[in-house]
Design a protein around this ligand. Structure first.
Ligand SMILES: C[S@@+](CC[C@H](N)C(=O)[O-])C[C@H]1O[C@@H](n2cnc3c(N)ncnc32)[C@H](O)[C@@H]1O
Length: 461
C-alpha cells in the first residue's frame, strides 16, 4: 500500500495533539507524523526522517504559524534533555491541552458523548516540584563522569548541573557523587558493554519532613570507598539515608531487588494530609507531593463518604490513598504487587494509629477475584490507581460483579483510562464526575480521577 508520505521529503501539516513524549502530532491524509518541538495548533513544515507502517517521524524545519502558547524554555539543555518535554509550551497552554486530551480520549476511546470542557487543577508554581530523581551515570568522551538525564529518544546521557523540575538539593548531591567518582576512579556503567559499576543515582526528598535518601544503583556487590561518599553526603542538611541498590541485570529497569543500607535509615518519612508515610527505595510514591494532596483530597471528596463504608484500594502502593480514606470510613482493604510497599503500608497504618486498614500483597487481578470467590468480598467504594497500562479485564469484570455503589478511578494515562471506562460502562457503571489534576508540569503526562456509580445491568441506580 502506498503511504501518503515519503522519507526525506518536506510536508506542511497542522499539529493537533501531543504524543506521550510531548512530540507534536500532525496528520497527512490521516497518516500520523510525530514532530518533536511542534505544538498543538501550529502549522509547521517537517522533513520526514523515518517512516513506519502506520506513522512516521518528522524533523521540525519551519513554524509557518506559531502557537500563542509558545515560550522560550528556561533550562539551557531543554532542547536535548529528555527529562522533560514541554518547556517550550507555556504552563497555561499545557493545562488547557491536558484537560482537552482527557476529554478527547474519553470521547474517542471511551465512547462518551458531548462531554463539557473538563476542569483541571494546575500548580501555582510548576517548577522544582519533584520529590524523586533518577539520574543515569555514564562516561564522557574523555572518560569524565557524566550524570544527568537521557537525551530525547536515546540512552545518551545529557550531563546536567541543574534541573528545574527537581528539588535544588539534587544539584548538590550530584556534584558530590561526581567529584567522589572522579577522585576515587569509580567506574560508570556502560549499558552497551554491560560493564562498569555505578548505573544510577536515585534520590528521594520528603517535602514535608525534609528527609533525604540517596540510593546508588550499582552493577556489583560493593561500592569501593563507600564510607567516603557517606561522609560527604551526610554533611548535606536532611540526608538521613544512604543506600546501595544492587542491579547486575542487563536491563533498562533501574532498580534491582536487593538494597543495602550504607548509613542511616533504610527508609525516609514524609507527611501527606497529616499522615506520616515511611517510604523505602523500591516502593512507589507519587512524585509531586503538592498535587498528590490535591489529588487524594479530591478522590475522597468525589467518593462522597458517609462514614460506614468498606473501601477497596487496589494498586495501593504504600497505602497512601488507603490511609486518606481510612480516617473517614469503616474499613479499607488495600492490594499491591510490590511486597516492600505492603510492608511500608502496614507500618504506615500502625505508625499513624490507623486500625481499620489491612493490606495484602499480590496482583489485584488475582487477589480480588480469589477473595471474591472464597469470601464473597463486598465494598461500597472501590478505588483503583493502576500503572499506565490500566486494569486487567478480569479485574474490571470482578469489580462489576462486586457492584460497589461508587468506583473512583485514578489514572496517569487517559488512553487506558478511557478504554477501561468503556468496559465498565458495558458492565453497568455510569460516569458521574471527572477531574484532571496536573501532577507532571513540563511533561506530556496527565493525571485524572473519574467517579463512576453502579447502576446495574438495567441502568437503574
Ligand atoms: C500509579 S501507582 C499508585 C500507587 C498508590 N495508589 C499511590 O498513589 O501512591 C500504581 C501501583 O500499582 C502497583 N502495581 C502494578 N501492577 C499491579 C498489579 N497487577 N496489582 C497490584 N498492584 C500493582 C505498582 O507497584 C504501584 O505501586
Amino acid at each position: 500500500m502506498e503511504l501518503p508520505v515519503e522519507k526525506n521529503e518536506i510536508y506542511e501539516m497542522t499539529i493537533d495533539a501531543l504524543g506521550s513524549n510531548g512530540e507534536g502530532i500532525g496528520r497527512i491524509d490521516g497518516f500520523a507524523v510525530f514532530v518533536e518541538g511542534a505544538l498543538p495548533g501550529e502549522v509547521i513544515r517537517a522533513l520526514i526522517v523515518n517512516v513506519k507502517k502506520s506513522y512516521g517521524y518528522g524533523k521540525l524545519v519551519e513554524i509557518v504559524s506559531k502557537s500563542p502558547y509558545r515560550v522560550e524554555p528556561c533550562c539551557p539543555v531543554a532542547k536535548t534533555c529528555g527529562g522533560c518535554q514541554l518547556q517550550h509550551f507555556s504552563y497555561e497552554g499545557q493545562l488547557a491541552y491536558k484537560a482537552k486530551k482527557v476529554k478527547d480520549d474519553l470521547e474517542r476511546i471511551g465512547g462518551l458523548k458531548n462531554i463539557e470542557d473538563l476542569p483541571i487543577f494546575g500548580m501555582e508554581n510548576p517548577w522544582r516540584y519533584r520529590n524523586k530523581a533518577q539520574f543515569p551515570v555514564g562516561s564522557g568522551r574523555e572518560g569524565s563522569t557524566e550524570i544527568g538525564f537521557y537525551a530525547k529518544r536515546s540512552h545518551r546521557i545529557v550531563d546536567t548541573q541543574v534541573c528545574f523540575l527537581q528539588n535544588p538539593v539534587n544539584d548538590e548531591i550530584i556534584a558530590i557523587v561526581r567529584e567522589f567518582m572522579e577522585e576515587y576512579k569509580i567506574s560508570s556503567y556502560d549499558e552497551g558493554k554491560h560493564k562498569g559499576l555505578v548505573r544510577h543515582i536515585l534520590t528521594r526528598v520528603g517535602r514535608n519532613s525534609g528527609q533525604i535518601m540517596v540510593c546508588v544503583v550499582i552493577n556489583g556487590k560493593k561500592l569501593p570507598y563507600g564510607e567516603v561518599l557517606v561522609e560527604r553526603l551526610r554533611k548535606i542538611n536532611g540526608v538521613v539515608s544512604v543506600v546501595l541498590n544492587i542491579n547486575k541485570d542487563q536491563t533498562n529497569v533501574i532498580l534491582g531487588k536487593k538494597v543495602i543500607t550504607l548509613w542511616g535509615k533504610s527508609t525516609i518519612e514524609d507527611a501527606l494530609g497529616g499522615i506520616i508515610f515511611e517510604i523505602s527505595p523500591l516502593s512507589f510514591y507519587q512524585v509531586n507531593p503538592v498535587q498528590t494532596e490535591v489529588l487524594y483530597n479530591k478522590a475522597v471528596e468525589m467518593a462522597g463518604l458517609k462514614g460506614d463504608e468498606t473501601v477497596l484500594d487496589l494498586y495501593c502502593g504504600i497505602g497512601t490513598i488507603s490511609l486518606f480514606f481510612a480516617k473517614k470510613v469503616k474499613k479499607v482493604f488495600g492490594v499491591e504487587i510490590v511486597p516492600e510497599a505492603i510492608i511500608d503500608a502496614r507500618k504506615n497504618a500502625e505508625r499513624n494509629g490507623i486500625e481499620n486498614a489491612s493490606f495484602e500483597v499480590g496482583a489485584a487481578e488475582e487477589v480480588i477475584p480469589r477473595v471474591f470467590d472464597e469470601q464473597g468480598i463486598t465494598a461500597n467504594v472501590i478505588v483503583v490507581d493502576p500503572p499506565r497500562k490500566g486494569c486487567e479485564q478480569v479485574l474490571l469484570d470482578t469489580i462489576a460483579t462486586i457492584a460497589p455503589e461508587k468506583l473512583v478511578y485514578v489514572s496517569c494515562n487517559s488512553a487506558t483510562l478511557a478504554r477501561d471506562v468503556a468496559i465498565l460502562i458495558e458492565r453497568g457503571f455510569q460516569v458521574k464526575d471527572v477531574q484532571v489534576v496536573d501532577q507532571f508540569p513540563m511533561t506530556g503526562h496527565v493525571e485524572s480521577i473519574i467517579l463512576m456509580t453502579y447502576c446495574g445491568s438495567d441502568g437503574k441506580e
